[in-house]
Design a protein. Structure first.
Length: 129
């Protein structure tokens, strides 16, 4: 899944660079959308990111491209790899600025960790004839 985000002046810290927390929020959001698209009847919550290392700075008026793909599925979890590239709106040159693996755990409506296969069976059973 590919998603884009325009970096606005309100996303910057007092030094004129993107707040790291904004990047983490956007990565969490796009990866959650991807897991929700892959498992549309299930509920997932974030349990962790493999690494948080910013490779390049991001300035205002950059366009960020988030490339998200499922990289693993466990009994109760799914992991997605996210690469973030930046491009200035005045150029077509892109650079990788951030990448991580983000893991989600499947939960039932009460918030209890649940095996994915079981949740899929239960969701299929609730669809009716």
């Amino acid at each position: 899944m590919t998603t884009y985000k325009l970096v606005m002046p309100g996303d910057m810290n007092h030094y004129g660079f993107l707040f790291g927390g904004k990047m983490l929020m956007w990565v969490d959001e796009v990866a959650w959308i991807a897991v929700s698209e892959d498992y549309p009847t299930l509920h997932f919550v974030t349990v962790g990111m493999s690494e948080v290392a910013f490779k390049k700075s991001v300035h205002p008026q950059s366009v960020l491209r988030f490339d998200t793909r499922r990289s693993a599925e466990g009994r109760t979890s799914a992991t997605y790899h996210v690469d973030v590239h930046r491009r200035n709106i005045d150029s077509r040159d892109e650079e990788l600025v951030f990448s991580t693996d983000i893991t989600f755990v499947c939960v039932n409506p009460a918030g209890v960790k649940t095996p994915i296969a079981q949740a899929l069976q239960e969701a299929a059973g609730n669809e009716g004839p």
